[in-house]
Write a protein that binds this ligand. Structure first.
Ligand SMILES: Nc1ncnc2c1ncn2[C@@H]1O[C@H](COP(=O)(O)OP(=O)(O)OP(=O)(O)O)[C@@H](O)[C@H]1O
Ligand SMILES: [Mg+2]
Length: 390
């Protein structure tokens, strides 16, 4: 549907924004372009609707060389959501949405009817929002209008340049989900630019990971996450992703280690014996109801002649969390208390001790979460057969 063949763009000042790019987007496919600022994403997009002309190479739309198509004709086939939304501030929401039909010379009534339909489609009631001006909308609502406007002339191709970039993460996720539903209905061929790997993964049938002006990897989300093609991709995908996974992955019971456990009223000698037999350097101390009290180090019990109970030698444990807390909080708690492990309790049963989370187990849990996520990335199976990377 869209094919890039050895496309290079050098700007007048010598900047090579895009360097020998070859790839193909199939009909009805959504390809996300992801990469750091300045890597050439917007330049790639703008060459598709001829806002920028390539220095070398060719771009084909449905097999037609776009350099032979009149730009105005070409743009009728391509909806464009520009970076920073770009609504006309002095036009109402309805007028903004009807921009392209208007440019195409549709009758005013028909254009407005279509605009109202589209506003509905993106979840904005035209009778409520149609007559407002962009400044009277929230950021997320403005972005929806941008999407509605791009869809107005029902073009087969959509170019979307960070369409949800200007809103907070919660709204963004909401817009992404809505857009996925919308795309399932309209099945456009979409090039979608983002610098957020999460967004690229969530939306893309395939992802093009950009380095400086070049595609480093062009694959399904699962493959990009699970088998990064280059150290650069691994780095780009990994660092950010790991941090994000930390905040959405809960501590599970299977993540916990079971250290030796003693009770407050146990004789110290019992604790000594237990620690020695398990070769442990500390034990968790529980009260009579098996709730967390604290811990006891092996050296406090080392002298077997010491009389008394665990109670006199136990230390309070401040580093604890309920089961289900995010790994990120576990990590923060370890840092805050300078602790080598944290206790995990069951909130439901008023604090029953469940086990401890160590840095090694935290790392394993994170690893597992990233792998699992890569497995069931939605629509990852929708891999398209061939990739034209010459
Ligand atoms: N008109 C221009 N003249 C010279 N250099 C340009 C021009 N437009 C863009 N560039 C340069 O080309 C490179 C790619 O720019 P582009 O806008 O494609 O990046 P991008 O990937 O969209 O970045 P961002 O994520 O910040 O939007 C950058 O180094 C940019 O400075
Ligand atoms: Mg850009």
């Amino acid at each position: 549907m869209i094919r890039f063949e050895h496309v290079t763009k050098r700007y007048a000042d010598g900047t090579t924004a895009v360097d020998d790019l070859s790839f193909e987007v199939a009909e009805g496919e959504l390809v996300t372009l992801v990469g750091p600022s300045g890597c050439g994403k917007t330049t790639t997009m703008k060459m598709v609707n001829r806002l920028i002309e390539p220095t070398e190479g060719g771009i084909f739309l449905d097999g037609d060389d776009i350099s032979t198509i009149d730009p105005v004709q070409l743009r009728r086939r391509i909806g464009y959501v520009i970076q920073q939304v770009g609504l006309f501030p002095h036009k109402t929401v309805l007028e903004n949405t009807a921009t392209v039909p208007h440019l195409l010379g549709w009758k005013r009534g028909k254009g407005r009817e279509r605009a109202a339909e589209l506003l509905d489609l993106v979840g904005l009631d035209p009778s409520v929002y149609g007559d407002r001006y962009p400044e009277q909308l929230s950021g997320g609502q403005r972005q929806r209008v941008g999407v509605a406007r791009a869809l107005a002339a029902d073009p087969p191709v959509l170019l979307m340049d960070e369409p949800f970039g200007a809103v907070d993460p919660v709204v963004r996720e909401h817009l992404q989900n809505e857009f996925l539903k919308l795309q399932a209905q309209v099945r456009k061929t979409v090039l979608f630019v983002t610098h957020d790997i999460e967004e690229a993964v969530r939306l893309g049938d395939r992802i093009a990971v950009y380095g400086q002006g070049r595609i480093e990897q062009f694959d399904s989300p699962a493959t990009v996450l699970g088998a990064p093609a280059t150290p650069y991709v691994a780095d780009f995908v990994g660092a950010d992703r790991g941090l994000k996974r930390l905040s959405v992955t809960p501590i599970e019971e299977s993540d916990l280690d079971q250290p030796p456990v003693v009770h407050l009223d146990d004789p110290l000698a019992t604790a000594t014996e237990r620690l020695r037999s398990e070769g442990a350097r500390w034990a968790v101390v529980l009260d009579g109801r098996d709730n967390l009290h604290g811990w006891i180090p092996a050296d406090a019990t080392a002298d077997a002649t010491v009389k008394g109970t665990v109670r006199e030698h136990a230390r309070r444990m401040e580093a604890w969390l309920p089961l289900g807390a995010p790994l990120k909080q576990a990590f923060a708690t370890m840092l805050q208390h300078d602790a080598g492990w944290i206790a995990v309790i069951d909130k439901e049963s008023e604090g029953r001790f469940l086990g401890v989370l160590t840095p090694a187990r935290l790392h394993e849990a994170l690893r597992r979460s990233i792998d699992a996520d890569a497995q069931d990335v939605p629509r990852a199976e929708v891999a398209v057969e061939t990739v034209a990377t010459a």
